[in-house]
Write a protein of this length. Sequence first.
Length: 399
Amino acid sequence: MSESPWLTVLGLGEGGFDGLSPSGRQVLDRAEVIMGPPRHLSLLPETGAERVEWPAPFSDGLPILKGLRGRQTVVLASGDPFWFGAGSVIARNFDAGEWAALPGQSTFSLAAARLGWPLESTLTFGLHAAPLTRLRPHLAPGAHAILLLRDGKAVAELARYLTETGFADSALHVMQALGGPRENTRTVTLTEALLGTFDHPVCVGLEVSGAGPALSKASGKPDAIFETDGQITKRPIRALTLSALAPQRGEHLWDIGGGTGSISIEWLMCDPTLTATSIEPRADRVERIRRNADALGQDRLNVIHGTAPAALDGLEFPDVVFIGGGLDPDLLHWLHQHLPSGTRLVANAVTLESEATLAQWHEKLGGELLRIELAQSAPLGPRRGWKSAYPVVQWSVTL
């Protein structure tokens, strides 16, 4: 391999060649191969370099790119390749000495400049291939967001989604071909968005408004946001459990006995770098967990149909484990024997048998044992009284 990189990831805007910096033009001038989506290639004049169209899906282009090793190659990407772009994927698949990057002006920066919105307090989403439900945890009156969309038809899909979630009064600033000669910006209502026609590439500045329910940023989301058959860790217990799980950036959770998936879904809502695997023995609950994750925009949840500990074999080891169902001595023994030192474990018990199991393991490994007793007011004849829930015993330990 030569000392200088053979591959350059070049951020290209709608201004095409004229919008490039001098260094970007020099990279193109010496390129033997230029690879990119058809639209990007069409923005450049002929340079004498071989042109290769990047196929769809995106992953199919990586083997082609690897086959170009040793030739001076430029990969074209939109704007800033490392802001919901191709840059991070290429960086994961090629050695650091093989590639360099020349980012262009991001669509987010251009959109914020047109709208006069401060980027530091504006939400940004790349929704080219991601579901619109990713927006759900962030929808609240007064929120501002800039969204990169798949194509013009996605504007109507966005309008329908906002209407369905109760935010029908939202305004959309639809920006097409930002930074190029075809640039066009329109501010439309959701009804106008449903009836309109929009051209690719398109991004939307979203001003959220309406009576739809905003989701709390605190742990312990309302039970009503989850589809359930009654097997759910209720809100107050869930809040205490998330506190005990203590998620930190980049961590992976095993949620054993997923039920409705409420614990793992709330775990994922804490930070976009978190991941989770939910293990559930009942097929109907597996599908319910998936529906809940999809509805609440948490597509980073991996759901496994199986019974622990057998279903745990071969899974990526977690940083944290929660046991909400299927607690027994064999499972705890397996976790103790197989998980790396430093793994955090939180288990909730309701039955006398599982409570006794936790007491024994607490004596063996230490940690914190907590008994949680809650009561809610309920009618008692013509008056009111306290109705107690089953107490929950929670064990937290670092293995």
